[in-house]
Design a protein around this ligand. Structure first.
Ligand SMILES: *Cc1c(COP(=O)(O)O)cnc(C)c1O
Length: 421
């Protein structure tokens, strides 16, 4: 069931008309659906019923604290990749013991903050990081719980820029060095080995790479245990893809993913950890925008909208597809037009789609870009001095602005002109 859909000819988010949100907060704006976050989290959790599993939502997908608090209430943990995300997760009420810390470049101060908070586990990606973490832990009179992120060298992920589990990627411990890394960890005073971790890519649209990687890591777990290491948890990462409404392959549903993972890990005697991001947040948000101009080019029609690549960079960065619909569907005669939908920024890359057949639209009309709940707001910038856009969370017939649009004064306050000028 879709929580962004037409009722009486206009698009709603749950029981709130997008037109009303546009009137209140202006455009562009991100609009999120509580019911969708809830359904996605519960579908994922249900897929692992009967197994001890921590679902550590990947904060970088959508890091608004209202989103995190919504998920926290459902029992979610958090996968964080910076001190900022750690503070967000704690602020939203996610218990430290449900927080895992990923990322290839954790700094000393980030390690200190996470140890102080008492997080569940550090997913360590290199030996220098391991040594640093041990030093920090010893200096604080404690031991850091560690899993190594191993790189199982499988090909996965919807785009070259979001594939992470191949030998050539910067992520994880190279497969041939894993055993020596665990051996070193076993010698360090500040380290407590607790598990194994992997994350092979994003927008993965088939089960095969998961199957291959889990089998490989399963065999590794047996080997590590035989070498005397305690492996309590197996973190399978995130990466399950979602439908974006184009004609590419439809990713498997979480129920099939869950059945496969449960089957493959049934004899492993491990607690499972997952780090889903896109699967929870992607289809829980839309980007609400307005047509500024409809412009005729030499050989094509442009819709110039008030959202741009600084607000939603996925099309520019990953050639991503977003379904586009007008907010108002009725009262028109459904003429269609082939459009390039573009933003106002001075870059040709500021293009949401090329040559897409859409209902004919005019200046001033509202438009939505679907599937913008993950890697939308969290990747946005103020390029062209366009203020970050507001985020609105809908819950039934209520909505709340969960991030304000900064004023231009807010933006300029952080800058100054030196005396010598
Ligand atoms: C980005 C990321 C995730 C989430 O990936 P999705 O494709 O959004 O599920 C999980 N774990 C790590 C380590 C990541 O970097």
């Amino acid at each position: 069931m879709r929580h962004f859909d037409y009722k009486d000819g206009e698009m709603f988010a749950e029981d709130v008309a997008l037109r009303d949100i546009a009137k209140t907060v202006g455009t562009p704006a991100y609009v999120y659906s509580t019911a969708t976050f809830t359904r996605h989290f519960n579908v994922f959790a249900d897929a692992f019923k009967g197994r001890k599993a921590l679902i550590a939502y990947s904060v970088k997908a959508n890091s608004n604290i209202a989103v995190l608090a919504t998920l926290a209430k459902l029992g979610a943990g958090a996968d964080v990749v910076s001190e900022g995300e750690l503070v967000r997760a704690l602020t939203a009420g996610i218990p430290a013991q449900k927080i895992v810390f990923s990322g290839v470049g954790k700094t000393e101060s980030e390690m200190r903050a996470a140890l102080k908070a008492g997080i569940r586990v550090f997913n360590v990606e290199s030996l220098p990081e391991l040594e640093q973490l041990s030093d920090v832990a010893v200096s604080m009179g404690t031991r850091a719980p560690v899993a190594f992120r191993v790189n199982p060298d499988v090909t996965a992920g919807g785009h070259e820029k979001i594939s992470t589990g191949k030998a050539e990627n910067k992520f994880g411990i190279a497969w041939s060095s894993v055993e020596s890394a665990y051996a070193r960890a076993g010698e360090l005073k500040g380290i407590e080995i607790v598990g194994v971790d992997m994350h092979i890519g994003s927008q993965i649209d088939s089960l095969a790479p998961f199957e291959k990687a889990i089998e490989k890591v399963g065999a590794l777990i047996a080997k590590l245990r035989a070498q005397g290491h305690t492996i309590r948890s197996f973190d399978i990462g995130g990466g399950l893809g979602i439908p974006y409404g184009d004609n590419t392959k439809t990713p498997p549903p979480p129920s099939e993913y869950g059945a496969l993972v449960k089957d493959l890990t049934s004899e492993m005697d491990v607690e499972l950890i997952f780090e889903p991001g896109r699967m929870i947040a992607g289809n829980a948000g839309v980007l609400l925008s307005k047509v500024i101009y409809a412009k005729s080019g030499e050989d094509r029609e442009f819709l110039i909208i008030d959202a741009a690549m600084n607000d939603l960079i996925r099309p520019a960065l990953y050639d991503a597809y977003h379904e586009i619909e007008p907010v108002k569907a009725s009262g028109r005669d459904f003429n269609t037009q082939i459009y390039d939908v573009v933003g106002p920024i001075c870059e040709s890359g500021d293009t949401f789609t090329k040559r897409r057949e859409l209902p004919e639209m005019k200046a001033g009309e509202l438009i939505v870009l679907h599937s913008a709940g993950a890697y939308g707001a969290s990747q946005s910038s103020q390029y062209n001095t366009r203020p970050l856009i507001p985020e609105v969370l809908v819950n039934g017939d209520q909505f709340s602005v969960v991030r304000d649009r900064p004023s231009l004064e807010d933006i300029l306050r952080a800058e100054s002109i030196p005396d010598w000028i």
